[in-house]
Ligand binder design. Sequence first.
Ligand code: PGA
Length: 254
Amino acid sequence: MSKLIVANWKANPKTFTEALKLVKASDFENVVIAPPYIYLQTLSWVLKKAALGAQDTFWENAGPYTGEVTPSQIKNLKVKYVIIGHSERRGFGETDEMINKKIKAALKVGLRVILCVGEDWNTRRKGIAAAKQFVGNQLKKDLLETKNLKIKNKNLLIAYEPVWAIGTGKADSAKTSAEMISYIKKILDSRYPSSRAKLATGHSQILKTKVLYGGSVTPKNAKAFLSQPEIDGALVGGASLNQKEFRKIINAQQ
Ligand code: PGA
């Protein structure tokens, strides 16, 4: 199965010309490009293979909400995915309650949600059990009352992004992140039993809900992450802004 590589450009690049160059170099199957809102529409005319994602959205679909961009506006462009709950947004004061409202609104219009969860260093230094508890709590709050939305497997994705690994050059180990990702899948499995997919062998079950790893993914460590069977792909920030590096990450799974 091909893994999904998501490029989170954050507030980059500075000009549309640069964005255009970058997007052309990143246009491959199983890639999602999440540029700033202002580039979405024009880039949608250029992309042939990759899908587009927004980096955030609002929880209402229209109205007096200065500065917000709504799920239906995004959906009306050729945008398939939306990242919600990125730790940088949580850092600006976005709460689990706001994230939960955004997820529900985005799912309702048919966008595929990439929900970001992950613990800070204060939690992680207490050990993996503390980190699991933290992430479990985030999932519970962020996905509150989503069960009855009849989420299709493809429409909900999770990105496990330990906050201390984002933009720091200190990635988690592939083994520990794979352990955390199986834990996340177990939680999802019990929450959305309909999303189970039985293997032909009938025993162990694999969730179709993709769970990605994010946090300082580079060409050097990409293979280690992407070769873990539990890890369904990567959310790439910094390295997605460098054409050569990003291409190497895409190729790392082969
Ligand atoms: P990074 O960012 O790859 O630069 O660590 C990842 C992210 O913020 O999603």
